[in-house]
Design a protein around this ligand. Structure first.
Ligand code: PGA
Length: 251
C-alpha cells in the first residue's frame, strides 16, 4: 500500500530563490532514473517564500511541502502571520510538516497540533506528523511512552483523517547532532510503534525516521523494515548529499 519510501527534505529556515539550482539537480536525477521514480516519493518541505517559485520550476517528480500551517479553523481572517491550508493548496503544496520539535520548543503543543491536523479536513494535503523524545526521555527509558502519547493526542480527535498521515519519528537529541540511535534500538522502536498504530487505529500508518540522516549512515536503516522513509534536514540542502543518501540506500 505504501511500498514507496519517502525521502523528505526539510529545509527549515534556509534557501533563497537562487538555490532552486539544487532541486533542479535532484529533479533531473529522478527524471533519468526510472527505478527510483517507482521506488521513492521525493518531497521538499520549503520555507513558504519559495513554494510557488519552486513548484513552477520543477517537474512533478518532486513534491512540495510546507513546514507549518495555522491552527485556527478558518481559511482567511484576522490572524497576522498565519498561513492556512487553503493558502498552501493555492500554491499547489501537497504536504505539510506538523509538530516539528523546533516548533514545539517555541509554543506548539499537543492541542495546537491536533487542531492543525483537524483543519486539514477540507484539503487534500498530506500531513507529516513529527513526534520525538528528548535526551532526558531517552535516558530515563520513557521515549516510547512519550512518543505514543504525542501520537494519541494528535490523532485521537482526527480518526477520519488517518489516510493523510505519515508519522515522522525524530529523537530530538538526534536532530542536527550527527548522532543516531543504534540500529537494533530503532528496529525495536519501529516494530513496537507499528503494532501500537495498528492496535489503536486499526490501520497501517507509514512511519519514517528523522534526525541526522546522512549518506554515511543511511545504510544502517536498510534492515529496519518498518521504516518507510526519512525526514532529512541539513543533508537535504545540497543536491549531492540528498542524492547520495538515496543512492547509498539502494546500492
Ligand atoms: P537533521 O534534521 O537531518 O538536520 O538532523 C532533521 C529534522 O529536523 O527534520
Amino acid at each position: 500500500m505504501y511500498s514507496k519510501k519517502y525521502f523528505i527534505g526539510n529545509w527549515k529556515m534556509n534557501g533563497l530563490k537562487k538555490d532552486l539550482v539544487q532541486l533542479k539537480k535532484v529533479d533531473s536525477f529522478l527524471i533519468r532514473n526510472k527505478f527510483l521514480r517507482k521506488s521513492i516519493i521525493s518531497i521538499f518541505c520549503l520555507p513558504n517564500t519559495l513554494i510557488d517559485f519552486y513548484r513552477t520550476n520543477l517537474s512533478k517528480e518532486i513534491k512540495i511541502g510546507s513546514q507549518n500551517v495555522s491552527n485556527v479553523n478558518v481559511s482567511f481572517g484576522a490572524n497576522t502571520g498565519f498561513v492556512s491550508f487553503r493558502m498552501l493548496k493555492d500554491l499547489k503544496c501537497e504536504y505539510v510538516l506538523i509538530g516539528h520539535s523546533e516548533l514545539r520548543s517555541v509554543g506548539d503543543n499537543d492541542k495546537s497540533i491536533s487542531n492543525k491536523i483537524k483543519n486539514s479536513k477540507q484539503s487534500k494535503l498530506k500531513i507529516v506528523l513529527c513526534v520525538g523524545d528528548s535526551l532526558k526521555d531517552f535516558k530515563s527509558g520513557t521515549a516510547y511512552k512519550k512518543v505514543t502519547n504525542q501520537i494519541l493526542l494528535a490523532l485521537k480527535n482526527n480518526k477520519k483523517l488517518l489516510n493523510k498521515i505519515i508519522i515522522a519519528y525524530e529523537p530530538i537529541w538526534s536532530i542536527g547532532s550527527g548522532i543516531i540511535p543504534k540500529t537494533m534500538y530503532l528496529k525495536n522502536f519501529f516494530d513496537k510503534l507499528n503494532i501500537f498504530l495498528i492496535k489503536k487505529f486499526k490501520k497501517q500508518i507509514p512511519i519514517i525516521y528523522g534526525g541526522s540522516v546522512s549518506s554515511k549512515n543511511i545504510k544502517e536503516f536498510k534492515n529496519i523494515k518498518k521504516c518507510n522513509g526519512f525526514l532529512i534536514g541539513g543533508a537535504s540542502l545540497k543536491s549531492k548529499n540528498y542524492i547520495d543518501i538515496i543512492k547509498n540506500y539502494y546500492n
